[in-house]
Ligand binder design. Structure first.
Ligand SMILES: [Cu+2]
Length: 304
């Protein structure tokens, strides 16, 4: 029995090691999910690193508990079944065990609470911003403003499958990418114009609701250049799955160049273009569910 349990622990440990290796390699070097991925996308910000470490720590604790309960159950089934143990004892209390099964879970919870609170505080401990971006969720695309850089504002609409260019991932690529410099603290002010959306980039460990009439804030410091993708993570209607978030992390010089270029060609976001877009995005053969097209306010009518 003891031998079998020991072997079980060894097999479980080997499986967990294999999983750790697999999940680390599965999403290697991409800011997007990959087929057969098990673990999380590789972290590119200190917060995401901390999140993944915390996740792994919890995984080991829960695996240990599952294993312990399984071994205990197997032992009881073998050792104390009717055949093996014909005269059961009448024991009803055991002070030592009762103290243990109260104290040990408390210690486990305390051990979990320390990194948990550390992560929670780190997420909401905003370092001084090097760059501020405002992201507004709409049904069903995002629009962005760079408040410190006048004229830099644009919509980011998903690239339809037929229009994908080389290297653009399906359902994740947008016509305009959010561009940010590497190794800088970026604050993202997030809001919405119609219903609740959610601005998310898994590789950054960023996820925050976009609530109409309210501005919430998240921050990230991407430590590696590249393309990073996320999706709206709050059910927001028919095309919820088709309003991705694409962030391009570039060097400082590239960022400056992009700013200059974008300032020149920025297109102001207005109600007219919003109407056109929503009409564009509606599936063929169906009228966009927006009431009268002549309505003066886009905000109020979209709130259904
Ligand atoms: Cu949404």
């Amino acid at each position: 029995m003891y031998h079998a349990a020991y072997r079980g622990i060894k097999i479980a440990a080997a499986m967990m090691a294999a999983w750790t290796l697999w999940s680390a390699s599965a999403g290697a070097e991409t800011g997007q999910p990959v087929p057969w991925q098990i673990g999380m996308q590789p972290a590119v910000t200190p917060i995401a690193e901390q999140m993944i470490a915390f996740h792994d720590f919890l995984l080991y604790i829960t695996a240990g508990i599952v294993l312990f309960v399984f071994v205990l159950l197997a032992y009881v089934m073998v050792r104390f079944n009717k055949r093996a143990n014909q005269n059961p004892t009448q024991t009803t209390h055991n002070t030592l065990i009762e103290v243990l099964w109260t104290v040990v879970p408390i210690l486990i919870l305390l051990a979990i609470s320390v990194p948990s609170f550390r992560l929670l505080f780190a997420q909401y401990d905003y370092p001084e911003a090097d760059l501020v971006i405002k992201a507004t969720g709409h049904q069903w695309y995002w629009s962005y403003e760079y408040p410190d850089h006048e004229g830099v504002n644009f919509d980011a609409v998903m690239v339809e499958e037929a229009d994908l260019k080389q290297g653009q991932p399906r359902l994740l690529a947008t016509d305009n990418d959010v561009v940010v410099p590497v190794n800088k603290n970026v604050h993202v002010l997030v809001t919405a114009s119609d219903v609740i959306h959610n601005w998310t980039i898994p590789a950054f460990g960023s996820k925050i609701d976009a609530v109409p009439g309210r501005i919430l804030r998240t921050w990230f410091r991407a430590e590696k250049e590249g393309m990073y993708y996320g999706q709206c993570s709050e059910l927001c209607g028919q095309r919820h799955a088709y309003m991705p978030i694409a962030v391009k992390v570039v060097s400082e010089e590239e960022f400056e160049a992009w700013l200059q270029k974008t300032k020149g060609q920025a297109r102001m976001h207005d109600g007219g273009s919003e109407k056109r877009r929503v009409a564009d995005l509606a599936p063929r053969g169906s009228e966009p569910d927006r009431g009268s097209e002549d309505s003066p306010s886009n905000q109020s009518e979209a709130r259904d």
